[in-house]
Design a protein. Structure first.
Length: 711
């Protein structure tokens, strides 16, 4: 059980970035500060402890670096740190000046368990504006040999050193120093192409107005381009302020995502830490063909890079998780970012539909409006598309198509929304044609028996789509699809002439959780009038249901009341089998296939990153087991903030794996056209997802069952 909850067993590594309070030209004191912070990193369960550039002497020594006494003291301080490291877990990266073959180099030194693993000199020495480093130091390309004697050890030296942890697959580190990141091609670029996943920058970097933001941008860009983690430690308190100031900026990025950032301008030492997902980085590199192509172009250089292996002892037990896991990975938690993404998603949908109408020369749309989330979003997109094209909204031929289980509430919402948006609005009762088909099939329902099986459900779904396609033929229009990414992932649609098919589907790569926020964004940004906004809110407040199995569907006719009475005669077992919520009597989609918020989480991590199911369960547990942790999108109503224990997570992940891998791919293989909306991907066979329709889910289910404990 402890293995499951241990972050290292899940392919993560904890890293610490340390900013000591330095004493200028006092290496013994700086060694003590370094050791103290390295112990904190050890106690925190970290495998990496990064320190600033020239941290054992302080950066702002200027010509004091030419003093023999300071250089000797720096070497003695290094020996202190090496000795202390014997009982510490992390690889410690420290900075100091080193004399090598008659030159002085600004160096990063990697230390682990009493051993110096390697030395990396700074490649690019700034000598402009306030910087005069070439006055004191030589650049890395002035090295004469690949190895040096240091504190009685033969140590590799160069910018081509990769430090590989043999006890943790995927943890490969590289060091560079400050200005190296500012260069057009930082040394860490080549290191990443050679396999480094964690890039360390020992920096001093004085602060001026706006520079911190630029540092963030550089680290984000480098970690993103290199598909790596990037750790950055800048000089902080204690450095000389004769002409400069220092803010002690520490950063941890993972593929352009900020995991941790220090307080700036601290009064004392500080340490930040975060957990880096090594497996995620490796999975991303597998997919990035341009990353592989760049490796091929630099193959000769990369083959000459040297690997230095070390074997850190991995901490055991539950160490917690020091990274934010979004419960809604398709929906940003921060309001400004969320609004920006909703704006883009909505306009991508509008732009895609507008182009399809221009290309076909067709200016009418046929859409079925159920009063649910998906058809509401598609109808909003259609309305704005007509506005964008200068066409009347009456060109949207909107139909509500009530069946045996249509509720009074959803029917009313559908009709009211069509009227509020100014579309053509009609109602076609599909029950007579469904009864005829059920009679033709000799289905028991035709003889009055309350049998609500998959045939009963699909006759209704198919009849709706059949009507829509024939209406499109009749009116020279396109059928606008409404099914979303969540339904496509789970195969929750009727194949062929059913809701799986349309001429164009604007929701094809938009998950259910994002659709809810898109509608909330439409309300908040006043895209339509107050009356329409009130209707949209009512739709958001309605339970998600396919409304195919009769329950309380007594909207306005004798036939509907009869169907409702028949529904109440059904047994509890039948309701459970068809996913009917016993609390409300309403057929509940989520009671059948799982909460969409959990299944969207699973879709994201399985389809986007290809993670092991047990790893997905680990992440889901950290996101969902405690309401006070994880990331909630800010405007989610408190009443809809749920939590799930590991048993529930495992249960619904099993449902997802079986449906996603084994029974629904054939539907995705012939998806209609629709625009890709988010970076989370689409499941179109012409886009992000290609898979055989004949795959089995066995190995995914087995991995989950064997590696996730039953608590």
């Amino acid at each position: 059980m402890s293995d499951f909850f241990n972050l290292y067993q899940q392919g993560l590594a904890r890293a610490a970035v340390c900013v000591p309070e330095v004493r200028i030209s006092n290496p013994p004191a700086n060694a003590e500060a370094t050791i103290r912070l390295a112990r904190r990193a050890h106690d925190a369960g970290a495998l990496i402890a990064l320190f600033p550039e020239l941290g054992l002497t302080a950066y702002s020594n200027d010509d004091l670096f030419h003093q023999q006494t300071l250089l000797d003291a720096a070497l003695a301080a290094l020996a202190q740190v090496v000795e202390a490291s014997r009982v510490l877990r992390p690889l410690i990266a420290v900075g100091l000046p080193l004399r090598i073959d008659g030159r002085l180099f600004n160096c990063a030194v990697a230390i682990h368990a009493g051993r110096i693993l390697g030395v990396t000199p700074k490649s690019y020495l700034p000598s402009y504006r306030e910087f005069y480093e070439k006055r004191q130091f030589a650049a890395a390309d002035a090295l004469l040999r690949p190895e040096m004697a240091l504190l009685g050890q033969a140590v590799p030296i160069g910018t081509d050193l990769l430090f590989e942890a043999s006890s943790l697959p995927g943890l490969v580190l590289h060091m560079e120093l400050c200005e190296d990141l500012w260069a057009p091609i930082p040394p860490s670029t080549y290191a990443a192409m050679a396999g480094a996943t964690v890039l360390l920058n020992l920096s001093a970097s004085n602060i001026t107005i706006g520079k911190a933001s630029y540092r963030n941008d550089l680290c984000a860009a480098q970690s993103g381009k290199c598909i790596a983690a990037y750790l950055y430690s800048a000089a902080g308190p204690g450095e000389s302020t004769t002409d400069l100031a220092w803010d002690g900026h520490a950063l941890i990025f993972e593929q352009d995502r900020l995991l941790a950032e220090s307080e700036r301008f601290p009064n004392t030492e500080q340490m930040i830490s975060a957990d880096i997902d090594l497996e995620r980085l490796q999975q991303e590199r597998l997919r990035a063909t341009s990353f592989s192509d760049s490796i091929r172009a630099e193959r000769e250089r990369l083959q000459s890079m040297r690997r230095v292996r070390f074997s850190p002892e991995l901490p055991s037990g539950d160490l917690g998780l020091r990274r934010a896991i979004a419960r809604f990975p398709y929906v940003p938690a921060e309001s400004a970012e969320r609004d920006a993404q909703c704006y883009e998603a909505y306009n991508i949908q509008v732009h895609g539909l507008a182009q399809r109408l221009r290309a076909t020369g067709i200016n009418r749309i046929v859409i079925g409006v159920s009063g649910g989330l998906d058809s509401t979003q598609a109808l909003l997109v259609a309305a704005r598309t007509m506005d964008r094209l200068g066409l009347p909204r009456g060109n949207i031929l909107a139909y509500t198509l009530p069946g045996f289980a249509t509720s009074r509430e959803t029917r009313a919402n559908a009709l009211a929304l069509m009227q509020a948006l100014g579309t053509s609005a009609e109602e076609i009762d599909i029950r007579p044609s469904c009864r005829q088909m059920l009679a033709d099939l000799r289905h028991p329902f035709a003889d009055g028996e309350p049998v609500y099986d998959v045939t009963f459900e699909n006759v209704q779904a198919g009849e709706r789509t059949s009507h829509l396609f024939r209406l499109a033929n009749h009116h020279n229009a396109l059928v606008l699809g409404t099914g979303d990414l969540s339904e496509i992932a789970l195969g929750w649609s009727t194949y062929g002439v059913g809701d799986q098919m349309s001429h164009y589907n604007v929701n094809a790569s938009v998950p259910k959780t994002l659709i809810q926020y898109l509608i909330r964004w439409v309300i908040a940004s006043d895209q339509f009038d107050a009356h329409t906004n009130a209707l949209l809110q009512a739709i958001l407040d309605t339970e998600i249901s396919p409304e195919l199995v009769p329950a309380d569907a007594n909207w306005d006719s004798t036939d509907a009341k009869t169907a409702s009475a028949d529904a109440h005669a059904a047994t509890t077992d039948a309701k459970t089998a068809t996913g009917v919520s016993t609390a409300s009597g309403l057929q509940s989609t989520e009671a059948k296939i799982g909460p969409y918020e959990l299944q969207d989480f699973n879709t994201y991590w399985i389809s986007r990153y290809g993670l092991r199911p047990s790893k997905v369960a680990f992440l889901a547990w950290h996101a969902w087991h405690d309401k006070t942790r994880g990331l909630w999108p800010g405007n989610l109503p408190e009443a809809r903030r749920h939590q799930y224990d590991l048993a529930e997570i495992k249960r619904w992940l099993e449902v997802f794996l079986f449906r996603f891998f084994q029974i629904s791919q054939f539907k995705r293989s012939c998806m209609p056209n629709g625009p890709k909306v988010g970076s989370g991907g689409s499941l179109s066979p012409r886009g992000d997802w290609r898979a055989p329709s004949d795959a089995e889910a066995k190995i995914w289910l087995q991995e989950l069952r064997e590696n996730v404990p039953d608590l």
